[in-house]
Design a protein around this ligand. Sequence first.
Ligand SMILES: Nc1ncnc2c1ncn2[C@@H]1O[C@H](COP(=O)(O)OS(=O)(=O)O)[C@@H](OP(=O)(O)O)[C@H]1O
Length: 377
Amino acid sequence: MAHRLLSSANRFSARFAFFFTVSLSCTYLCYSILFCRGTVMTNQAYEGKRCPPSKNAGGKKLLGRLDHCASLGVRAAAQESAAAQRGASELREQTRAPLPSAGHSADARMRNMSFAQKYGNKKLPNALIVGVKKGGTRAVLEFIRIHPDVRALGTEPHFFDRNYDRGLDWYRALMPRTLDSQITLEKTPSYFVTREAPRRIAGMSHETKLIVVVRNPVTRAISDYTQTLSKKPDIPTFEELAFKNRSLGVVDTSWNAIRIGMYILHLENWLQYFRPSQMHFVSGERLITDPAGEMGRVQDFLGLKRIITDKHFYFNRTKGFPCLKKPESSSQPRCLGKSKGRTHVQIEQEVIEQLQEFYRPFNVKFYETVGQDFKWD
Ligand SMILES: Nc1ncnc2c1ncn2[C@@H]1O[C@H](COP(=O)(O)OS(=O)(=O)O)[C@@H](OP(=O)(O)O)[C@H]1O
């Protein structure tokens, strides 16, 4: 009897414990659903969406939430900046590492481009290709921009000659986004012969690095004329434009195609505003015969690791010029366009010699000033 009473008491307490546990769980569940929805659903994204968009929400009651939102904002900004720093240091690591082939540097360049687009800023250029027209400026720009630490504007902005009135903000807005470790570059060949350009560029920054691609002034003049003739077939002959009096050998220095090649006169203007060490002269001739050598010196001048080497170039027999094996943003080899490397108009040898004679004293003074013999004579 006592045994039966004991076992029914045990069953009763087991049932009681079971129902008690179930009802306790139900109560907790209902409580959670009714009052703790926020806690259950909280995640940063959700909270972020609930934050008022404007800082001017005002009202003391909102302060708690605003503080929370502000701290989320700060946290988001901190995360973004940490990501940018990670991106930048990752990038520095990548560019420091040796790149064994043209393909590798193209890959590094693509990575850098997307990093720069994500985390970079538009900055005023730290380097400019200022001239000279028909010297080989496009080739230098296209070659240097395969470097992962260089970002260049593809078009000629003509800011320091034609568009100066638009202001530096307009100019900056044209630039590609760059990381702090990257150089921003643009090329406008007419700057070299624009009187106001050196003063204006120095006004932007005294530290701007200047690249000038120079070429035998006689060949340069013929190239310039060939280009004009291709657009305006009715212009006078080269000889008619080049001389005031051909039989007396009086050259017309007011003709732009002649004037541009008097390099020393323009250079003197630049040297009033820039130290010679801030200017680098690329030989337009060597750029064709030894592009890697010339680009090596350009990289040194810009303080860049020598990444562009002879592995990046091949000589295209049809074009008659060096071309890039793997230029930026493409996996295909690429030569410059048809407007680069045109067949020149035929000029009498005597005319060429007269012009060589005319340019000789200017060339000699130019070699002395830059400390380089370009061997045009
Ligand atoms: N790799 C390569 N491919 C093609 N062309 C090359 C190359 N390297 C230098 N050059 C020479 O560049 C000359 C054109 O110079 P620019 O680019 O300064 O011309 S421009 O002022 O921008 O119009 C152009 O002049 P022309 O040959 O008279 O057309 C070329 O001789």
